[in-house]
Ligand binder design. Structure first.
Ligand SMILES: Nc1nc2c(ncn2[C@@H]2O[C@H](COP(=O)(O)OP(=O)(O)OP(=O)(O)O)[C@@H](O)[C@H]2O)c(=O)[nH]1
Ligand SMILES: [Mg+2]
Ligand SMILES: [Zn+2]
Length: 354
């Protein structure tokens, strides 16, 4: 089969096997001598092309290697390459395509579709590279929600872990949903409600679920409907089981993607969007596993910690760390009994261990 025919015959079947994944680590090794070039070409990026382009809007639903993507256009999914104009910005993090990006595709040379522009992002999930120059790599863009999967027991629910994910969700401006799974193992619901009341009072959606009894699955489905959601949570909490309950077969696809290794090397930055039959997408990005709070977040956590937004605007100092400052509204709230001391302890623990 000729390359061209192959491209043409590619239709979105929901099953994507043998996909090759990008090695974004290469991008971490960009030298500082590129800085000048980037600055110089940055202007060009916004210049609209005068050639006879037919620009059509689409959405990147999968990023592959060799500057190729699957883009969902109005009615079909096409394979598109990244246009030369964008390629020259490959060293610039905001110009690296991420799954979920809205793009403009030049359809005039069909079937050789080319992505010419990346439209502004609502938000993005960012991984920080290890290199000195290339620091941020978008894993996924334009995400609606982060599903934080916890289990009530096995493993035991640890609010401190939920707190970390909630900080990340706040940081990336993504709506969090806490799912407490395995409630079939719950013997004392008063105890359970007690543990999660803080989150409910902070305005965070909490869903109690069980893939064994089916509890909460419909409620979760309602929240996911027509939204683009990323699932996160520690191993064994039941992410795969939940996805399977929501949409049998879908988890198999995500497993295929996640377990893909490039020549034995762990590739952790690729991502794919898989459609739910009831509307909306599951964004699968193994990179979520490497999302952690870092040193640079330390200054922001005093404002990102879940539930603190009700109090910190009243702190005397704008950069208050809520540790021992005078006029700290957080410390005051703990003293008054308005803020759960356990959550404050969790905050201190996170600040100490970053
Ligand atoms: N009792 C109970 N067990 C569950 C429930 N959901 C999942 N499990 C079990 O918990 C174990 C882990 O579930 P998985 O769905 O594989 O968890 P995961 O979050 O995908 O784990 P990783 O893929 O390692 O991140 C399995 O043995 C499931 O059968 C539940 O609602 N109740
Ligand atoms: Mg799993
Ligand atoms: Zn304070």
């Amino acid at each position: 089969m000729k390359q061209k025919d192959k491209k043409q015959s590619l239709k979105f079947s929901g099953r994507m096997k043998n996909i090759s994944l990008p090695d974004f680590d290469i991008l971490d090794e960009i030298g500082p001598d590129n800085e000048f070039k980037i600055a110089r070409t940055a202007e060009k990026r916004h210049v609209h092309n005068k050639r006879n382009m037919l620009l059509e809007r689409g959405r990147v639903i999968e990023v592959m290697s060799n500057y190729q993507c699957h883009v969902k256009m109005q009615e079909k999914v096409v394979t598109a390459s990244i246009g030369g104009r964008l390629k020259q910005f490959k060293n610039h993090s905001s110009a690296i395509l991420a799954v979920g990006d809205y793009v403009e595709v030049d359809t005039s040379p069909a079937p050789d579709y080319r992505i010419e522009n990346i439209l502004p992002r609502k938000n993005s999930l960012i991984r920080y590279g290890t290199g000195t120059f290339q620091k941020e790599i978008a894993l996924a863009a334009n995400i609606d929600q982060l599903v934080i999967t916890c289990s009530w027991r096995m493993p035991m629910f640890k609010p401190g872990l939920a707190d970390r994910y909630l900080i990340l969700a706040n940081k990336f401006h993504i709506r969090p949903i806490i799912v407490i799974n395995k409630i079939d193992l719950c013997e004392d619901f008063v105890d359970l409600e007690d543990e999660i009341s803080y989150y409910r009072e902070s305005g965070i959606k909490v869903i109690l679920s069980s893939t064994v009894t089916g509890a909460g699955i419909e409620e979760l489905k309602e929240e996911l409907k027509d939204m683009d959601s990323v699932f996160s949570g520690h191993s064994g909490t039941g992410k795969s089981s939940l996805i399977n309950s929501l949409e049998p077969g879908l988890e198999l696809l995500t497993a295929e993607v996640s377990d893909f290794n490039e020549k034995g090397k762990h590739t952790t930055t690729q991502a794919i969007m898989l459609p739910f039959s009831f509307g909306g997408y599951l964004i699968d990005t193994p990179g979520i596993k490497t999302l952690t709070l870092n040193q640079e977040d330390e200054a922001r956590i005093p404002k990102l910690f879940p539930g603190f937004d009700r109090f910190y605007p009243h702190c005397r100092y704008r950069d208050c760390k809520h540790i021992q400052e005078e006029g700290c509204a957080i410390l005051e709230a703990v003293d008054n009994g308005d803020l759960d001391p356990l959550r404050y302890e969790s905050y201190r623990w996170i600040m100490q261990n970053i």
